[in-house]
Design a protein around this ligand. Structure first.
Ligand SMILES: [Ca+2]
Ligand SMILES: [Ca+2]
Ligand SMILES: [Ca+2]
Length: 767
């Protein structure tokens, strides 16, 4: 526990004082819970919920969450998100998990990744059902249904997918988790950019990295081919801006050497149109992508083999769906409340120029216009281009949020032209699902300690709310909140206390959030915050053993090693990495980043390992990081591989004393230099002369030692009620022979081996 003595003179920021005051008030927790319950009872109003998820947009990217970048003017221009914060509440101390799927499952279950099993991003064809959101989870749509809500989700799903999923064959995975209307993509990211322009160019030498032709410092002017005109043939329009052509669903025409074709009637145009006609269904990033619809138990397409593609920019499409849904609710006076989740894909790679209409900043004159690697753009310039495109994608998202608010009647323009949120019945929430990725990270956050890590850059996300029950607009709340807490908030907004309404035996990890909205000067609720990254249940046995599916992949010129998020050769190389793992039938290869780092003579080149299992806990000031190899509780990597360039398994930070703490709400960047255990990795030695830090370390370590084992699910308890009994047996038998959440030995089959494990764990009377 933190005591008053911990406040040292160097603590200068008022935010830190606020946080520590909150920690000292921890004993007031039961009182706060009562207050929250009372607030909910008093406000018999239920509010609609409009929930925007920004993909891979960490705290570093936005004005509301990165004051340093804001002051420097290096961030995307996001007037809508800024206005939501200015007219609502800006949560400046929010942790998500470090990857998409774990955070998304947390939003809708209120449970940490180890508990849900979803500890790592889902990869199609490689993630077993045990690492997807279980159909036995008590999800938000189910919770809200009891209060007469309809819950819909538009855009990226990524809580579960069709592969290995018992619901997969019917293609009804989102419906099976309670979302009555899902329209979007089950995949974690849009497909790659089609640099062939629907088969007109070779993919070998990339002339147009954006998937459309470029000339000078912008899109080229081209003939644009549209599918299926009135006579059944394709229609060509001459002289169209290539980006506008793509955004309108067309394909810009080019010669075999890639030069733009202007007219529609030349032999070049006719030949190009014939090529494109054969390749209409080639996916192209955000512009041509696979759509899945689940609407009240009807799936389109009916099976995964017939994936549809759609030719509308994903951001625009997702905003359109939300506008249509909300207006329908208002117009038809459905007599029920709703929760509409708009899960934008933009922000995630591939970085591709969005439609010009949604972008707030001009393309910088000094940069070649593009999307990344292409002929004539060197590597460093390509990275600068990529960052700039990412900024424009964020600006595009901001414009789409603006459009949803206006066109759904949740905002209007004041006489001076500024946005006024006018949503007394609807709570508007915007969050990033995890930290930004590598090259896109904004100063002063750390590109090498970003998405995929539990460092600040990996887990600090923007979170703003306005409308509905929010009082005293324009506040910053610096108390610790976690992405799992949103689950409790959704309930509170609907008048349901999830802690009392939950199914028997269900363990939740969320804390109340409503008081932060309904109280002008709310007291802190959480006394600690937690984030983790764990291994997925890969299809280990099904693909021939662990050596073939998990291995080190080197990124960023060999400076970063991961053996989890890019855990196969194809996946690694697909992301521009170098595969260092084992390959079937070939000598050599390494089992893990630890093994690789220890074996490479010039180990200096690796300065960060994205560990297979990482967790962190903080009390608001001190932050403990523990990293484990391969999911076990013991630390198996050496603590310091290279004394000059150490890789540690145990790290400890005083965030108030880390770089930029004063400018970043009192919590600085936890880079290597700030690690208090960097000398030996042993707290007894490295903290010997820091009694206050040592005490904080001991307290957090003890808390983590209690917390982590408590998250591990009971083997055999498919139904998550704390018992292994007849209900679980029935569930297991229902999955017989197929992959399922009852496949306890991870071999993609539910059979007698799993049954034996369940019988071994039989505990029908466990309270
Ligand atoms: Ca993400
Ligand atoms: Ca059970
Ligand atoms: Ca099995």
């Amino acid at each position: 526990m933190i005591i008053e003595n911990d406040i040292q003179p160097r603590t200068r920021s008022p935010f830190i004082r606020l946080t520590l005051t909150g920690i000292m008030l921890a004993c007031a927790l039961p009182l706060l819970s009562t207050t929250a319950a009372r607030a909910t009872e008093q406000g018999s109003n239920k509010y609609n919920i409009l929930f925007f998820i920004l993909d891979d947009i960490g705290a570093d990217q936005l004005n509301v969450s990165n004051p340093v970048g804001k002051a420097l003017g290096t961030l995307p221009v996001t007037p809508t998100i800024d206005a939501i914060a200015a007219q609502g509440v800006n949560f400046t101390n929010c942790w998500a998990m470090s990857e998409c799927s774990p955070s998304r499952v947390a939003f809708f279950t209120g449970r940490y990744p180890t508990r849900t099993g979803v500890g790592a991003p889902l990869v199609p064809e490689e993630t077993l059902p045990q690492s997807q959101c279980s159909p036995f989870e008590w999800t938000t749509p189910t919770v809200l249904k009891a209060a007469n809500y309809e819950s819909v989700l538009f855009g990226k799903f990524h809580l579960a997918h069709n592969d290995f999923n018992p619901q997969g064959p019917a293609n009804l995975v989102p419906n099976s988790l309670g979302f009555t209307n899902f329209n979007g993509t089950l995949f974690g990211a849009p497909p790659p950019i089609d640099v062939t322009l629907a088969g007109q160019l070779s993919a070998e030498k990339i002339r147009y990295s954006c998937g459309f032709p470029v000339e000078g410092n912008g899109p080229a002017i081209c003939a644009c081919l549209f599918k299926g005109g009135a006579d059944g043939g394709n229609e060509c329009t001459p002289g169209v801006d290539a980006l506008e052509c793509l955004a309108a669903g067309g394909v810009p025409l080019v010669t075999p050497s890639g030069d733009p074709i202007l007219d529609c009637n030349s032999p070049d145009a006719v030949a190009a149109a014939q090529l494109v006609a054969k390749n209409w269904d080639v996916w192209n990033g955000y512009y041509v992508w696979p759509r899945t619809i689940n609407l009240n138990g009807v799936a389109i397409p009916a099976t995964d083999d017939e994936l549809n593609y759609t030719r509308v920019h994903a951001d625009v499409d997702q905003a359109d769906l939300a506008i249509e849904f909300i207006n329908e609710q208002n117009n038809k006076k459905m007599g029920r409340n709703w929760m509409c989740t708009v899960s934008f894909s933009s922000g995630h790679d591939p970085w591709q120029q969005p439609p010009e209409a949604g972008v707030n900043s001009p393309w910088p004159a000094l940069l070649p216009y593009g999307c990344g690697d292409q002929v004539g753009i060197d590597g460093a310039t390509a990275l600068a281009v990529e960052r700039q495109v990412c900024d424009r994608m964020i600006e595009s998202l901001d414009s789409q949020i603006n459009r949803v608010l206006f066109q759904s009647g949740l905002a209007h323009l004041s006489t001076d032209g500024s946005l006024v949120i006018d949503a007394p019945d609807t709570l508007i929430v915007v969050i990033g699902d995890n930290g930004s990725f590598l090259n896109t990270v904004k100063f002063p956050f750390s590109p090498k300690r970003s998405k995929g890590t539990i460092y600040q850059t990996g887990v600090c996300v923007p979170l703003v709310m306005a409308g509905g029950p929010t009082v005293a607009p324009g506040r910053a709340v610096d108390s610790m909140v976690n992405c799992v807490d949103l689950f409790q908030l959704w309930g509170e907004v609907a008048g349901i206390d999830v802690q009392t309404a939950k199914p028997a035996g269900r363990q939740l990890d969320c804390f109340s959030m409503l008081p932060y909205l309904t109280t002008a000067e709310p007291a802190p609720i959480r006394t600690y915050n937690f984030a983790e990254f764990t291994q997925p249940h890969l299809m280990v046995e099904a693909t021939g053993g662990p050596g073939t599916v998990a291995g080190p992949c080197l990124l960023a010129n060999g400076s970063i090693c991961t053996d989890t998020i890019l855990a196969t050769k194809d996946f690694c190389e697909g992301q521009g990495g170098t595969w260092m793992g084992k390959v079937d039938g070939v000598e050599g290869g390494y089992a893990s980043c630890c093994e690789l780092a220890a074996a490479v003579p010039d180990g200096d080149s690796i300065n960060l390992i994205l560990w297979p299992t990482q967790c962190t806990i903080t009390n608001g000031r001190w932050k403990l990081v523990q990293k484990f190899a391969y999911g076990e509780t013991e630390v198996t990597c050496p603590t310091a591989i290279d004394p000059d360039n150490p890789v540690h398994a145990l790290e400890f930070y005083d965030l108030a004393d880390c770089p930029f703490a004063n400018q970043l709400f009192g919590r600085g960047i936890d880079n290597d230099g700030c690690n208090m255990l960097k000398d030996t990795g042993d707290p007894a030695k490295d903290l010997a002369h820091h009694p206050v830090a040592r005490a904080a370390y001991e307290a957090l370590n003890e808390q983590l030692l209690t917390l982590r084992p408590s998250l591990v699910p009971i083997t055999g308890d498919v139904t998550m009620d704390g018992n292994v009994n007849g209900e679980d047996l029935v569930a297991l038998l229902g999955f017989w022979n197929g992959p399922s959440v009852a496949d306890f030995n991870n071999d993609a089959e539910t059979n007698s081996a799993d049954l034996a494990i369940m019988i071994g764990a039989w505990s029908p009377n466990t309270p």
